[in-house]
Design a protein around this ligand. Structure first.
Ligand code: SF4
Ligand SMILES: [Zn+2]
Ligand SMILES: [Zn+2]
Length: 308
């Protein structure tokens, strides 16, 4: 199989043809840079916090955000922020890769952890919190991770948080919201997060929005990044995993399914956002972070742990 552009050996077949290593790398990087430009994800002189775990998506977005800043000679500042959830024999490895990567690329890395902030690692918190109500690890993890990202990004005076969400993640999230009728959350996806304003909310952006998981994986392989391709031990337990399997099966049978979901969502997004404008964002009574109730979800879980 040859590259459609230069007749070298192809490494991937995309909807629009086959590409060799060099042409794929070029195509991939241009796609990310175009996304940043089209949706104005980064400002010229912003302080940018890249949310990183050391996995393939976050290393890719960290590398390319830095490359973008250098390419356009932006006076922007960049640092990485990692959250250690406390998942033994998984997170230590990805954090070690991340530390090595940041040292090699001269990127300042900040760390925060569930244990320091909430007094428990995810794995022990789950056992205590799940005595009354059955909650999935991913629900607790998601609430606390989003909370700490915003809190630390704010503390470190960032103007933006860049995340490594890819096209697969986004298509899964859109379907999850649809299947669970989470209409209030519907407008909170997209390449730039939510329209809602709150003095403590740092906008989040997703430069890998149009890159599939398969493309990101290949990019990291071809670039020779040191990455663990293993998944979190809890990743197969959540609802998302079933959506992921279903979507992958559909994509195999009907190429372009995931892209179709994203395109439909983006076409509807202006309407969804308009209907969202009146949603009030409160400040949590305990921590003053943005909340949709008097007490934010993260504090609620912490209170529950303290009572337990
Ligand atoms: S799979 Fe679930 S528990 Fe594991 S890191 Fe992701 S959200 Fe957290
Ligand atoms: Zn080529
Ligand atoms: Zn709170």
């Amino acid at each position: 199989m040859d590259c459609d552009k230069c007749k070298a050996k192809a490494v991937i077949t995309l909807q629009h043809g086959n590409l060799c290593k060099n042409h794929f790398l070029k195509y991939f990087e241009e796609k990310v840079f175009k996304t940043i430009n089209k949706f104005q994800l980064l400002g010229r002189d912003e302080k940018i916090c890249v949310a990183t775990s050391g996995g393939k998506d976050s290393l890719t977005v960290l590398y390319l955000t830095k490359k973008y800043i250098e390419k356009y000679h932006l006076p922007a500042a960049l640092f990485a922020l990692a959250i250690d959830e406390g998942i033994t024999s998984y997170r230590e490895k990805t954090l070690a890769d991340l530390q090595e990567f940041c040292a090699e690329h001269k990127i300042k890395l900040h760390l925060a952890s569930f244990e320091d902030e909430f007094g428990e690692k995810l794995e022990t918190a789950v056992l205590k919190l799940n005595q009354d109500v059955k909650r999935r690890q991913c629900n607790i993890c998601g609430v606390w991770r989003r909370y700490l990202l915003n809190k630390y990004a704010k503390k470190l005076e960032a103007d933006k948080v860049v995340t490594g969400h890819n096209l697969d993640d986004e298509a899964q999230a859109i379907l999850m919201n649809t299947f669970k009728a989470n209409t209030k959350l519907a407008g909170r996806l997209g390449p730039k997060t939510g329209t809602y304003e709150h003095e403590r909310f740092i906008p989040r952006v997703k430069p890998l929005y149009f890159c599939s998981e398969k493309e990101v994986r290949l990019y990291t392989l071809l670039k020779g990044f040191k990455v663990q391709y293993t998944e979190c031990p809890y990743s197969k337990e959540g609802y998302r995993h079933h959506i992921q399997e279903m979507l992958n099966e559909f994509e195999n049978k009907f190429k372009g399914t995931k892209q179709g979901i994203i395109n439909s969502y983006l076409a509807l997004l202006p309407l969804i956002k308009n209907s969202e404008e009146n949603l009030e964002i409160l400040s949590c009574k305990l921590c003053q972070e943005p909340a949709n109730k008097e007490i934010c979800n993260a504090c609620n879980l912490r209170e529950e742990l303290n009572r337990g």
